[in-house]
Design a protein around this ligand. Structure first.
Ligand SMILES: Cc1cc2nc3c(=O)[nH]c(=O)nc-3n(C[C@H](O)[C@H](O)[C@H](O)COP(=O)(O)O)c2cc1C
Length: 250
């Protein structure tokens, strides 16, 4: 099957997904519904006088704004008075596209990072234990919150403000290279030992990466199960931006 036919098939699946989305009973939603305006969080609403678990629950509003693969948001939380358990919701695992669960774990890690940034902003010191209970496969991390913290060198208050502004940008690339200053700033973000950023403007490397991306796209689009999974998540609102949807539909 040639690439054109594969894309046509993918388009049909995507069109079905769009139809399902359009069939939602939107009239039942109100602008205040936290499911549609989750970004509308006000720092001053932090329940200073509330119970500890109310305070921790407020932090979760920042955690859920994290990016996730296909926008699956594969996380659940259990907030206690001093701890939050972050659980992996495997009903939202991309079994085809992410068979080894790598992106599943990265996504849950993004929610954890948002939670830690928000917690430090509101004055907590956080102790994160990864996979604290071998018996519980869903339990990714347990964070203990201590009320004597301050923003760490890794998580500045600028990052906190970025949580509600951040979104994936699928617009066309700018017609000029990224400035040296911006690249330097990116490089300076890598302050933890196990994080590395490799930048390259070598034409051969870019060409090689480009061919790998085209090859991998072709392999993925050739798999009906992969297309079906993608269509399902598009129908759930994954990849939300209309421009990206239009691009896929092309
Ligand atoms: C592990 C991971 C992998 C992702 N892979 C892709 C990708 O291959 N292509 C893409 O356009 N977006 C990718 N994204 C971005 C998600 O689609 C995006 O985070 C999600 O749709 C939510 O939108 P938002 O980032 O604007 O909140 C990825 C995100 C994560 C966390």
């Amino acid at each position: 099957m040639d690439q054109q036919s594969l894309l046509e098939q993918a388009l049909k699946s995507v069109a079905n997904a769009i139809f399902i989305t359009d069939g939602l009973p939107r009239s039942t939603m109100t602008p205040e519904d936290p499911n549609i305006t989750p970004w509308d969080i006000h720092e001053e609403d932090f329940p200073l006088e509330g119970s500890s678990s109310e305070k921790l629950s407020f932090l979760l509003r920042y955690a859920i704004l994290a990016p996730s693969t296909h926008n699956t948001q594969p996380w659940k939380f259990a907030a206690g008075s001093e701890t939050v358990d972050i659980l992996i919701d495997r009903t939202r695992w991309l079994k085809v596209a992410d068979a080894d669960q790598r992106e599943l774990h990265v996504s849950v890690g993004c929610a954890l990072e948002n939670l830690l940034i928000a917690a430090e902003h509101f004055g907590y010191r956080c102790l994160a234990a990864y996979f604290p209970d071998a018996e519980k496969a869903a339990l990714a991390a347990r964070v203990t919150f201590l009320p004597d913290g301050h923003p760490s060198a890794f998580r500045s208050s600028r990052l906190f403000r970025a949580i509600t502004l951040r979104h994936t940008n699928r617009n066309v690339y700018l017609p000029h290279p990224i400035s040296f200053a911006a690249l330097r700033q990116l490089q300076m973000c890598c302050v933890e030992e196990d994080v590395q950023l490799h930048l390259s403007d070598d034409a051969n490397i870019k060409q090689e990466v480009n061919s790998l991306v085209v090859r991998s796209d072709t392999v993925q689009f050739a798999d009906p199960a992969w297309r079906e999974e993608l269509a399902h998540w598009l129908g759930e609102g994954g990849f939300g931006t209309p421009r990206f949807m239009a691009k896929i539909a092309q």
